[in-house]
Design a protein. Structure first.
Length: 370
């Protein structure tokens, strides 16, 4: 049985995703579910998207070198399999990721290109050396970032546009107000949020309709369950969950002796260091037993768990290769009943992760953690 459970009570029905006008919204968004699984509506007002989205970040940044041809082949394979949601950020490889998506869409069959929805984050300020120096959410900066993204993507609109991190010097109302103007102008279809807490979500939602909150959510990152997820549900805001494999840590493929290249985020991430890494990989081994008993892979059970949190949660998987993508999409065929969910949560209890999800300096930028 496919569960529709809420995080607080695995056997309870999921909190509201407004599906009242799903077929109409689905038609508008050209979404198919993929793998026979129904499409999911992003919040009360957002687009209807494939139940799993493809996060393209790792094809340009943060997880070591990626192969360009394989990245494009992976995007094509995803579109071919019914994935409609492509997530990126203008700062992933400083424009590289958007240009990669442009090429992939340009060389995809027309029908797949038309179905594809782009979700873009902006706002990060970079240095020539690749450093991050802050965020800019001023209305004039929003317009500037948007103009460059449209050019790089080769599209006349972005489907969901969001600031990656709240600019502490600019009220969220002003940043969201600027995106709302871009919606009016037809350059953006929907407004999203990223890594914000409940208070900021309410302030943003008071300015304009918000489709979804993009935020880390996985078996080992369950912080949103206390206040953020219930608030999103109350406000009719969907969730696009990232890091569902905790950046590969709980994919079943990460090993203690894996060599990371310079600049790989995981080289600085507390969860991948020393004793923390050992403890976290012990959790993965416990999860592997549950996965094996069910005849699925570790990555598939981890993604299936996120899929089972509710119809309003859409996992973004960071596959960079076709084999990883195929494994991830296999999660759409994994159904978890109450006994499965209990076994998964016994293997990886809430709060069991060792280490914070970001290094301290980056935690400070997370409105969601304040
Ligand atoms: N809003 C935000 O603040 C924010 C932050 C981070 C990411 N994101 C978005 O969310 C997307 C997903 O995040 P993420 O890349 O960190 O997520 P993830 O899916 O947790 O991790 C992706 C990594 O897991 C490894 N992996 C192993 N098996 C896999 C499988 N079967 N399928 C997919 N990956 C597998 C891959 O490493 P190998 O390739 O080395 O095997 C890949 O680099 C990003 O691409 C980005 O668009 C948003």
């Amino acid at each position: 049985m496919t569960t529709n459970a809420s995080p607080q009570n695995p056997s309870a029905p999921a909190a509201p995703a407004d599906t009242s006008n799903l077929s109409e919204r689905s038609e508008r968004s050209n979404a198919s579910g993929g793998h026979g699984r129904p499409a999911r509506a992003l919040g009360r007002t957002g687009p209807v998207v494939s139940p799993i989205g493809l996060g393209c970040m790792g094809m340009s940044a943060l997880y070591g070198a990626a192969d360009r041809a394989e990245s494009i082949a992976t995007i094509h394979a995803a579109l071919d399999a019914g994935v409609t949601l492509l997530d990126t950020g203008d700062f992933y490889g400083m424009g590289h990721n958007e240009m990669l998506i442009e090429e992939a869409l340009r060389t995809a069959p027309a029908e797949a290109r038309e179905r594809a929805l782009t979700s873009v984050k902006f706002g990060a300020l970079r240095t020539v050396e690749g450093g991050f120096t802050g965020y800019d959410g001023r209305p004039e900066a929003v317009k500037n970032f948007l103009a460059y993204s449209l050019q790089r993507l080769g599209r006349d609109h972005i489907d969901i546009y969001r600031i990656a991190r709240v600019d502490p010097d600019v009220p969220i109302e002003e940043t969201v107000g600027a995106i709302a103007e871009a919606v009016q102008a037809g350059h953006v279809r929907h407004i999203g949020l990223s890594e914000v807490g409940a208070r900021t979500m309410r302030r943003a939602a008071a300015v304009a309709p918000i489709s979804d909150l993009q935020i880390e959510y996985s078996l080992i990152s369950r912080g949103i369950e206390r206040e953020i997820l219930p608030t999103a549900r109350e406000l009719g805001i969907g969730v696009t969950a990232y890091g569902v494999l905790s950046r590969g840590l709980i994919s079943g493929h990460f090993t203690r002796d894996r060599q990371l290249s310079p600049g790989d985020f995981r080289g600085m991430s507390p969860r991948f260091q020393g004793e923390n890494l050992s403890r976290n990989l012990d959790l993965v081994e416990a999860l592997r037993k549950v996965a094996e008993a069910k005849g699925v892979s570790v990555a598939q059970i981890a993604i299936a768990w996120v899929l089972a949190r509710g119809e309003d949660v859409v996992p973004l998987v960071g596959a960079r290769r076709r084999d990883r993508l195929a494994e991830a999409l296999g999660a759409l065929e994994v159904t978890l009943d109450a006994a499965d969910l209990a076994a998964v949560e016994e293997a990886v209890p809430a709060g069991a992760a060792a280490g914070e999800r970001y290094p301290q300096a980056q935690m400070a930028h997370l409105d969601s953690e304040h």
